[in-house]
Design a binder for this molecule. Structure first.
Ligand SMILES: [Zn+2]
Length: 582
């Protein structure tokens, strides 16, 4: 979702040595634990807070992939090894978790998620549970009844395929909310549904042009706004919706983090943050309720070029914490295929001559990526169409040619339609490939809104995750919640089956691109830590690393792929603290 950066602060710029200081501090804390590796059963070993034993422990550390027992103290892993070696760590106050056939893993990393906006949505008119038009009607009616008169009915999360052409009409919303303005966004955040009152307030009429670069006011036969606004046209009405207060934003983050903890997630890559969101993460850390590490991507303003780098650097230094770090910058490069707004190399099959629009021209993007990399930012690119993906890779390649890949690890999210010629370039350029595996099956988004727009030849290259990983790329995963479920186990299942997670049989969609369990476990743990430049600190169960852990109620290796989404998280540990217990 697109949140503008507002109220840019005038904080001092981060000094050039700031990144080094950060790394040095981490190395120190790691080093403090290293002598313990030699202390095996010595009498002076302080008791652990937590000990795990008796089940499958998949460390995701290639040097020691399996262990019998793990001990945790002061937020760190102080023992990984055999049962005998853990005994000296068990004291009177140690909680010993008998895994009893269950599974201990490093905590999951979600490399593309919107904990704040998703959490805010949960507190508003939440259409995410709606599966049908009737559900939408019922939920919106309830929202209208609940809200104060004269305020906006706002929220979102509706699925585009519920409505013909993914374009719900204002007449339906007028019948549900006749007296107040209503603004509801689709689950993917690229479309808004508004009623007549909202269009009136915003002054949007038949005479209003489609706003550049990619806005689309869907119109009826008479040219009047039909009630659906796409991409930058959303702002025509969206800018009249009252801003969320900082308290609402922080309450949203709290809900988002609670959901992450329930699902075993201990690192999030916040996919798009303006200043209020960055401030919310900093507040969560300061006040002690940040239950996951956060790599926060500050939103890059598409209306500006490299002149905004200083402002982003200022935000980074203002809100940088130990756990929540605005270390990344988010660039939205195109829209989505379902709405015909993704940037394609060849025209859409259903709209002759139309290839979608890039939100940045390639030269501007190359300059931006270069300047962000030079300033030490991880670039987090939203790219969906094969042209957006190629243009982004070109920009990374230009930077790679200048500095040989010395900068931070960059990441491209969604990567829905990859031209086969570009598949190998993720590995060549060291760009992390962040898929949303829950999208790897033929739901109505694919069958009704995507494949007909692309045709069969191109559709073969939708989410070619196996081809990407076999080319040697750093494959990671994310939910894009609240676009779709945040549950990593749902996503892992679909990556393996390429089938609806609710179905236990049936054909796999593009079956040659199915992934294996080890690849997916890496994608959610150590590979993601590498993509976050956090592998020195988390991502595997390794002596001295942060105790970021999850206990599942089953050993995933023992389950058939179609049962993986049935497994449940029993316990989530972040920095040695239990942040969720079922
Ligand atoms: Zn997103």
């Amino acid at each position: 979702m697109d949140r503008p950066i507002i109220g840019m602060p005038t904080a001092p710029r981060a000094g050039p040595g700031s990144r080094r200081v950060l790394l040095g501090a981490t190395a120190l804390s790691l080093g403090a634990w290293l002598p313990l590796s030699g202390a095996c059963g010595g009498p002076d070993i302080a008791p652990a807070v937590l000990v795990f034993r008796g089940g499958t422990i998949a460390t995701m550390d290639p040097a020691e992939p399996r262990a019998e027992a793990v001990a945790v103290r002061d937020g760190r892993i102080v023992h990984v090894g055999d049962e005998a070696g853990v005994a000296p760590y068990v004291g009177p106050s140690t909680e010993v978790v008998d895994l009893a056939g269950r599974m201990l893993l490093p905590g999951f990393h979600d490399t593309h998620v919107h904990p704040v906006s998703g959490g805010v949505e949960l507190g508003e008119c939440d259409l995410n549970p709606a599966r049908s038009r009737a559900d939408v009607v019922r939920i919106v009616s309830e929202c209208r009844a609940r809200g104060a008169p004269a305020t906006w009915v706002r929220g979102g999360g509706y699925q585009l395929p519920i409505f013909p052409d993914g374009a719900p009409a204002r007449e339906l919303l007028d019948s549900l909310v006749p007296d107040r303005p209503a603004y509801l966004t689709s689950a993917d955040g690229h479309t808004a549904w508004v009623n007549s009152r909202a269009l009136e307030l915003a002054g949007v009429t038949a005479a209003t042009p489609d706003p550049p670069p990619d806005g689309l006011v869907v119109r009826d036969a008479d040219g009047r706004p039909q009630g659906t606004l796409r991409e930058s046209a959303m702002r025509l009405v969206g800018r009249h919706v009252p801003e969320h207060t900082q308290a609402e934003i922080e309450a949203g983050l709290r809900l988002g983090l609670e959901m992450a903890a329930r699902l075993g997630i201990t690192t999030v890559h916040e996919a798009s943050a303006g200043e209020p969101y960055a401030r919310a993460y900093a507040a969560a850390e300061r006040d002690g309720w940040l239950s996951a590490r956060a790599v926060v991507a500050l939103t890059v303003d598409e209306g500006r070029g490299v002149d905004q780098i200083d402002d982003l650097v200022a935000l980074r230094s203002l809100y940088r914490g130990r756990l929540a770090r605005p270390a990344a910058a988010k660039v939205f490069l195109d829209g989505v295929i379902e709405a015909g707004t993704a940037a394609l190399l060849a025209p859409y099959d259903d709209r002759p001559g139309w290839r979608g629009e890039l939100r940045f021209d390639p030269d501007t993007l190359t300059a931006l990526v270069g300047a962000l990399d030079d300033a030490g930012f991880k670039v987090h690119v939203h790219a969906i169409g094969d042209r957006a993906i190629r243009v982004a890779l070109d920009a990374f390649e230009a930077q790679h040619a200048r500095d040989g890949g010395a900068g931070p690890t960059h990441l491209m999210a969604h990567i829905q339609l990859i031209d086969p010629d570009d598949i190998g370039r993720f590995a060549e350029l060291g760009v992390a490939a962040s898929f949303q595996p829950l999208w790897f099956y033929a739901d109505t988004y694919i069958t009704d809104l995507t494949e007909p727009r692309l045709g069969p030849a191109r559709s073969r290259w939708l989410y070619p995750a196996r081809s990407v990983t076999e080319s040697g790329a750093l494959l990671v995963a994310g939910s894009d919640w609240s676009v779709s479920s945040m549950d990593p186990l749902d996503a892992i299942e679909v990556a393996l089956t390429r089938r609806d997670p609710d179905l236990d049989e049936g054909p796999s969609w593009i079956r040659e691109e199915r992934l294996d369990l080890e690849t997916m476990l890496r994608a959610y743990t150590i590979a993601a830590a590498e993509a976050g430049d956090l592998a020195h600190e988390t991502g595997s169960i390794t002596l001295g690393k942060s105790a970021d852990l999850v206990v599942l109620d089953a050993d995933l290796h023992a389950l058939p792929p179609e049962r993986i989404s049935d497994a449940r998280v029993d316990l989530t540990v972040f920095e040695g603290r239990i942040v969720y217990r079922r």
